[in-house]
Design a protein around this ligand. Structure first.
Ligand code: ARG
Length: 459
């Protein structure tokens, strides 16, 4: 049998390989709910405008409800020869209600249909991701509140730099995921525009009402150029770029978990629930979930690149190339959702090893900047000179294998005779973090207030 959708002109069936390269049903079947919602909105509008009869519309709506139930129940047979979700649904509708099914596609094309379906899917997925990211922020803010004064080394170049608090470190990610949510919310505005009614590319001669379908489907407004409506995929690309950035943030946090759970750091422990053992080395506890979140960022970033490259050479309007948007888009958004869930699980699961973190902060001359600042504040040295003096003191402490606070006053005075006892008050990691009260600084009071502010905002 030739294709029932365009068999009028075609005498032969497609070759097997044509069917394989052309068919998208294996992956676009997940758009069934969006496809049916779009069809029902379109059908209601056609009836309201007198383009099809109320009786036919009622039959179509009923038939589509049945198709949806069959798909949800798993009794629907998807067929590759029917190419995609649009034609699978319509073909089954025809079996259920007969010839009236043929009226549904009036004033519509698969080009505006598929654009509508993907926009609805992306919109719903953004809303889901927003909830998930808020949960992750909450998990981090709770840890931050619990450990607002837990001292750990802060790093630059992965070298001990200045002491910070564990809570402050957690809140840094709360900020990042907050911006990720803003990016998704911003992308959502451009996702939530209605292409339905653009038809194949030029609009239609039927007196359709695009405001009506927009309202029915929860779109903000109809898109204003039919060529653009069917051929734009920047909404998906923009969403993927927000996803790629978020995946990159998750990957950075994962990298920290990988480092922190290592025997070299031992800053945090993950339980059996989020680690695996080795089949050969009994001592191992591997942070696989963190590694996988780090690794999966590559897929999300790849999806963004994939869509950009797929689109960059396409003349207006629709081209079948665009069918290739779906697999990377679905994969990336599924992957991100899984990664956010895994990260939230790990954050809830982890226990910071407070003693290890503090010991590491004590070990790396992390208060050297505080010493230099003291020389500026108390002795009035220019910062550059203070830096130099402090460097000499660090070298002394290093040579003796002691901390800065363990240098005797006499030893310090060999380098700078005006140093007094008062200097010891700034050499502990506690005094260091307590002093960092500037807006956004790591002082425990700041961190506690910020954690509470976030928790209140996150509800
Ligand atoms: N499966 C197609 C896609 O994903 C639907 C649109 C097909 N349109 C067409 N003119 N062949 O893009």
């Amino acid at each position: 049998m030739t294709n029932r959708m365009w068999g009028g002109r075609f005498a032969e069936t497609p070759s097997e390989i044509m069917e394989e390269v052309n068919s998208s049903i294996d992956f676009d079947k997940r758009l069934f709910a969006q496809d049916i919602a779009g069809s029902q909105a379109h059908c209601q509008m056609l009836a309201a405008k007198g383009i099809i009869s109320a009786d036919d519309a009622a039959e179509i709506i009923r038939g589509l409800d049945q198709v949806q139930s069959e798909i949800e129940a798993g009794t629907f047979t998807f067929s590759r020869s029917l190419e995609d979700i649009h034609m699978n649904v319509e073909a089954r509708l025809a079996e259920i209600i007969g010839p009236a099914a043929g009226r549904l596609h009036t004033a519509r094309s698969r080009n505006d249909q598929v654009a509508t379906d993907i926009r609805l899917y992306v919109r719903d997925t953004i809303d889901h991701l927003d909830h998930q990211l808020a949960d992750l922020q909450k998990a981090l803010a709770i840890k931050a509140k619990e450990h607002s004064d837990a001292i750990m080394p802060g790093f630059t170049h992965l070298q001990t730099a200045q002491p910070v608090t564990f809570g402050h470190h957690c809140l840094a990610y709360v900020e990042m995921f907050g911006r990720d949510r803003e990016r998704f919310a911003d992308a959502r505005k451009r996702v939530n525009q209605n292409p339905l009614g653009a038809a194949a590319l030029a609009g239609t001669s039927f007196p359709i009402d695009r405001e009506m379908t927009s309202q029915a489907l929860g779109f903000d407004s109809p898109m204003r150029n039919s060529l653009d409506a069917v051929s734009a995929r920047d909404f998906a690309i923009e969403t993927l770029s927000a996803a790629a950035i978020s995946a990159m943030h998750l990957s950075r946090l994962s990298e920290e978990l990988v480092l922190w759970t290592s025997a070299q750091f031992r800053f945090v422990s993950l339980s059996d629930r989020f680690t695996t053992g080795s089949s050969i080395m009994p001592q191992k506890r591997n942070p696989d979930a963190a590694e996988l979140v780090r690794g999966k960022a590559g897929r999300v970033i790849g999806a963004l690149v994939s869509l950009l490259v797929m689109m960059k050479g396409l003349p207006l309007a629709y081209g079948k190339d665009m069918q290739e948007d779906k697999e990377p888009l679905f994969d990336a958004l599924d992957t991100l959702s899984l990664c956010v869930a895994a990260m939230t699980g790990m954050i809830n699961d982890l226990t910071p090893n407070l003693a290890e973190m503090r010991a590491a902060a004590d070990a790396g001359f992390a208060t050297a900047t505080d010493l230099a600042d003291w020389l500026v504040r108390v002795l009035g040295l220019p910062f550059r000179q203070a830096h130099h003096v402090t460097g000499a003191l660090v070298a002394k402490a290093e040579a003796r294998n002691v901390g800065l606070h363990e240098l005797a006053l006499a030893e310090m005075q060999e380098v700078e005779p005006r140093i007094t006892d008062d200097v010891y008050s700034v050499l502990t990691v506690d005094s260091s973090v307590r002093s960092r009260k500037s807006l956004g600084g790591t002082a425990p009071d700041n961190v506690l207030a910020e954690a509470e502010r976030w928790l209140k905002q996150l509800g």
